[in-house]
Design a protein around this ligand. Structure first.
Ligand code: IVH
Length: 680
């Protein structure tokens, strides 16, 4: 090959990798497998090494940021890393405080103090210190299991490697945010679309020397395991962190009234653009750690903290077309295809229009110039039309009367709660055979919170679907993956990896399994509640039979489960009335190894007991008593039955009917004082 040909070959490869980078870093939708990507990267680097004249600004040797590795050791967090629920307005905050007051049974005169902390939009990490030495650093992962990124974290100078302070706990997990400043982000030649991706991506490089190329920073804000726990308040802990050499946020403060919360939020939001890192809101945490413990958690969120978001970033663009997407639950969502624009570092080319009513209310037309809003990880949305820019080409969008996927006549359901017709147009999918819905269900089935099949992304599902290789979830387990050999970017190694992740996904907990079925109204939370109730997959499947027999008593029992209401029951009924669905569930039960739902293994006098509460309590609120009993391994029921172990009666208006029922069934009745003795 002569010089020209060598260069041509080189540029071809650069163009190729540019295409893959764009798909991965900007669209978060990789086109090729990791192996293929790595190979091409190596080929470019080799070529540059051999022929010194080869140079390009888009070469991986010049740009910071390779695809992160998925090959880190997985390690359990000793204490889970939870997320926060979000508040978007002061009303949400008011609600949050009210719930806390009710839970704690607080009088109006009792004051609650919050630690108010800026919420940096970075990547959280947990640093484990043993006798003052940094021994293990984990990413958040799914909150329960993180990845061992110790070496990558060690490259960050804000992270102390040894701490020689007398009052530093023997065992301490420091939690905080890894981020990159806006100014540093501007300076580097990188692939990443925004500072957050840069922080996350570079933290997870296989070669930690790659991580060290990005000027990462770390701010500490919390703790996991702490032994001894020589602090009583969050604010006290933050001060200690600073004295131990960690960076803490100088904008942290204490607030105690709604007025203070509002004004603090306003002040910091105003400063937002001058602050040299991306901030997406404030976090409020109850300052008193004892109260935090009492409040505890609801599934993935603490009751004692909330994130108060700032308003989202906006941009203007033109709508080129409006398309309808059919979602997993049959909702027809209109999506605006817009001229791509960058909002907050992310390229946006689609924005949701929500539903027909929204389009009409905002009078949005094709060819209109519109304001687009993008906030954190939510889907960008069209906010409003710039009417001054409307021209004669603007075209009204006619909302389809038929499902674009299966042709069924669409419906708008009547909502019993609001007593109004729903705004959402749906495909009724009476026979559960609408193609788009089936496909979306498959995507849901393999997704992170369901089966979590790594390497089987949306693109690949589309691909398999188009080749008619899969239709129902269980088809995935009988796929012949050798077909991938014919696809661009797949080799023996990547096929093997996918095979392994499919095998791995077969080990699944009952709650995840229930969630993975994608039944409408059965989200993660409700799936957990059902798993807790049924304990074993087979028993959950019995539900199908019993629902179809419409046994009244059975329905009552279901309704009595906290969190399960009419919409859940109706949806379960509809799902299980279909033969194909029954087949899917039964096949999945055969092919998967569904682990029984486990109560907390801790042995306590009440573990495994079925407990019911009635009436109002003096010392603790009923919610707190319930959550306490649950954390001690008991199961809370809302109806007295033969199986109930105890009925706990509060002194304020306990239901006489329930007491009588309990007496008839010889169930032990316990009052508040005696109950407190038992659980203490
Ligand atoms: S506390 C249970 N404090 O926000 C408490 N989080 O949505 C969980 N974050 O994963 C976190 N600044 O990445 C907390 N001062 C702060 C924070 C903060 C940023 C991030 C963190 C976390 C996410 C929660």
């Amino acid at each position: 090959m002569n010089k020209k040909e060598i260069e041509k070959n080189y540029l071809k490869k650069i163009d190729e990798i540019k295409k893959y980078n764009k798909a991965y870093f900007e669209k978060d939708d990789p086109l090729v497998s990791d192996k293929y990507y790595d190979d091409i990267k190596q080929e470019i680097l080799q070529l540059e090494k051999k022929h010194k004249f080869l140079k390009n600004k888009d070469s991986p040797s010049k740009k910071i940021g390779y695809k992160p590795s998925g090959k880190f050791k997985k390690i359990n967090h000793e204490i889970p890393m939870l997320s926060l629920s979000n508040a978007f307005s002061v009303i949400n905050i008011k609600d949050f405080i009210k719930k806390i007051r009710n839970f704690l049974n607080f009088k109006n005169s009792e004051k609650i103090i919050f630690s108010a902390e800026p919420k940096i939009d970075g990547i959280s990490a947990s640093l484990k210190y043993k006798d003052g030495i940094f021994v293990l650093g984990l990413s958040r992962g799914d909150g329960k299991i993180g990845e061992d990124i110790t070496n990558n974290l060690k490259t960050i100078s804000d992270i102390p490697k040894t701490i020689k302070k007398k009052n530093f706990p023997e065992n301490l997990e420091v939690r905080g945010e890894v981020y990159i400043s806006k100014s540093d982000f501007k300076k580097i030649n990188k692939q990443f679309a925004n500072p957050r991706n840069a922080a996350g991506g570079s933290l997870r490089q296989k070669d930690y020397k790659e991580t060290s190329k990005i000027p990462l920073k770390f701010i500490a804000y919390g703790f996991g395991l702490a032994d001894p726990m020589n602090f009583k308040r969050q604010s006290e802990f933050l001060k200690l962190l600073k004295s131990w050499g960690f960076k803490t946020n100088p904008l942290n403060s204490l607030v105690s009234s709604l007025e203070e919360i509002e004004s603090n939020h306003r002040i910091i939001e105003k400063k937002r653009s001058e602050i040299d890192y991306d901030l997406d809101g404030l976090v409020y945490k109850i300052d008193d750690l004892k109260l935090q413990t009492r409040l505890g958690y609801v599934s993935n969120y603490p009751r004692w903290a909330i994130a108060h978001k700032f308003s989202a970033e906006k941009g203007f663009s033109k709508i080129k077309n409006i398309e309808i997407q059919v979602g997993r639950t049959g909702a027809l969502t209109p999506v605006a295809k817009i001229d791509p624009i960058t909002i907050g570092g992310v390229v946006v080319s689609n924005a949701t229009l929500h539903n027909e009513d929204e389009i009409n209310r905002k009078d949005i037309r094709i060819n209109d110039t519109v304001c687009i809003q993008r906030a954190g990880d939510v889907i960008p949305q069209v906010l409003s039309v710039d009417l001054l820019k409307r021209d004669k080409n603007s075209k009204k969008f006619i909302f389809p009367q038929k499902c674009p996927s299966c042709g069924s006549k669409t419906i708008k359901e009547f909502n019993i709660n609001t007593k109004k017709k729903d705004a959402v147009t749906r495909c009724p999918d009476t026979n559960f055979d609408c193609k788009d819905i089936l496909k979306e269900k498959l995507k849901h089935f393999v997704s992170k919170d369901a089966l979590n099949i790594e390497g089987l992304g949306k693109k690949l599902i589309d691909n398999f679907w188009n080749k008619k290789l899969i239709k129902y979830p269980h088809d995935i387990f009988s796929l012949d993956l050798s077909i991938l050999n014919t696809l661009d970017g797949w080799g023996e190694k990547s096929i093997d990896n996918l095979k392994n992740s499919i095998i791995k996904s077969k080990q699944i907990s009952l709650d995840r399994f229930i969630f993975s079925l994608g039944i409408r109204h059965i989200g993660e939370e409700n799936a957990k509640v059902l798993a807790k109730h049924f304990l074993v997959a087979k028993q959950f499947f019995e539900l199908a039979k019993n629902l179809n027999d419409a046994k009244q008593k059975y329905l009552e029992e279901l309704k009595a489960i906290d969190g399960i209401g009419n919409s859940q029951i109706e949806s379960l009924k509809k799902f299980f009335s279909n033969n194909q669905n029954l087949k899917v569930v039964s096949k999945l039960i055969d092919v998967l190894n569904i682990k029984d739902y486990k109560f907390i293994s801790k042995k306590t006098p009440i573990s495994g007991k079925l407990i019911m509460f009635t009436g109002g309590f003096v010392d603790k609120s009923r919610s707190e008593l319930k959550s306490l009993a649950e954390s001690l391994g008991a199961k809370i029921v809302s109806n007295v039955s033969k199986k109930t172990d105890f009925l706990i009666t509060g002194s304020h208006k306990p239901t006489t009917r329930k007491i009588n029922e309990a007496k008839n069934l010889n169930i032990k009745i316990i009052n508040e004082d005696d109950w407190n003795k038992i659980i203490n």
